[in-house]
Design a protein around this ligand. Structure first.
Ligand code: NAD
Ligand code: SER
Length: 313
């Protein structure tokens, strides 16, 4: 049996739902403990603790009691909610990460923490955004991701913490709804299409953003966490990419399968956020260091999303 003991924070969110399933499949149910502000899902036999990750002592106690060796720290505020409630987002994103890193320093825990393409900003949009592009985020969320990346690198450099991170693009999945980001339209549109409802998109038709189907992101997280430490040259956060598309291109691809989809565009405050992010990202450093390669393109993503969403209605 593996001596790994894994703790997932924010485990009931969009990534946490799929990641927990993959971790249980990879390491076994008894090796994984999920935590979230929310109580456990019905019918789950995984150990789940209701935990506010801002509560340092409560987090420390779980790590000590269960002999945790790895933390996947997912609890955070996303970009759109972050602009609406900035102080809450900054406090949650920064304090929780520092809690995780401090506790990991004491208990020798390996950490996965997701950054985002949102850590880039308007001056990074010389395309594609490279690993070393200028970083000038303009949102509270993006600022917290860039600061978080620097904290990860600092804890690795100053305390030897084995912390690993990815700059994730917008993630598209069907098991759990997204939690208040700017790329949420690319999930919502599928629910509208499958249930034959018209869809009103909050971004303009030509807003191109980097995106990824969730199984690729989950595989990237697992591969990064299993890579040999000596092969990793980046301890702030790796660029990661799969595809880029616009709402119009996504709608056209869905219409090839569901011709009745009707879409109109009413851009709101999230348009400004999207306009500050890169259209394309390149990830050659991740490819070179730990062999990253995405599997899904726009066509296979649309096939899988329609199949997945149909299975839940
Ligand atoms: P989500 O909003 O779907 O889930 C976050 C979870 O954290 C929720 O279940 C929520 O209940 C929980 N939570 C909130 N406050 C908490 C607290 N104080 N204590 C404990 N739990 C708390 O988010 P997600 O999409 O799963 O994102 C997870 C991480 O990945 C975040 O850091 C996010 O920035 C990053 N990320 C996500 C995407 C994406 O497209 N989903 C892209 C890039 C980066
Ligand atoms: N999907 C995320 C968001 O839109 C990107 O990090 O906030």
């Amino acid at each position: 049996m593996s001596s790994k003991k894994i703790l997932v924070t924010g485990a009931l969110g969009q990534i946490g739902t799929d990641l927990t399933e993959a971790l249980v499949h990879r390491w076994g149910e008894s090796q994984v403990i999920t935590t979230d502000l929310k109580p456990q899902k019905i019918n789950s036999s995984i150990i789940h603790k209701t935990l506010d990750v801002l509560d340092f002592q409560a987090l420390r106690q779980i790590v000590e009691e269960h002999g945790i060796t790895e933390i996947y720290h997912l609890a955070a505020a996303l970009s759109a909610k972050g602009e609406q409630v900035p102080q809450w987002a900054w406090e949650l994103n920064m304090k929780s990460l520092l809690n995780v890193l401090e506790i990991s320093k004491v208990y020798g825990v390996r950490v996965f923490w997701p950054s985002s393409m949102a850590a880039f900003g308007p001056f990074s949009t010389i395309q594609p955004a490279t690993q070393q592009s200028v970083m000038d985020p303009t949102t509270v969320y993006g600022i917290s991701k860039l600061a978080g990346e620097s904290w990860c690198a600092w804890y690795h450099r100053s305390h030897g913490i084995d912390v690993r991170s990815l700059r994730l693009p917008g993630l598209i999945s069907w098991k759990t709804p997204p939690g208040g980001g700017t790329t949420d339209y690319a999930v919502d549109i599928f629910h509208a299409a499958v249930t034959l409802r018209p869809y009103t998109c909050f971004l303009s038709p030509n807003t191109r953003l980097p995106m990824m189907y969730m199984p690729d992101a989950i595989r990237a997280i697992l591969e990064l966490m299993e890579a040999s430490s000596s092969s990793l040259t980046v301890r702030y956060s790796y660029n990661l990419t799969a595809m880029s598309f616009t709402p119009e291109e996504l709608a056209e691809e869905i219409k090839k399968r569901i011709p009745s989809l009707s879409i109109r565009y009413e851009p709101d405050f999230r348009q400004t956020i999207a306009d500050s992010w890169p259209r394309e990202i390149e990830d050659s450093t991740a490819q070179k260091d730990w062999g990253w390669k995405s599997h899904y393109n726009l066509s296979s993503l649309v096939d899988e999303m329609i199949k997945g969403i149909k299975s839940i209605y």
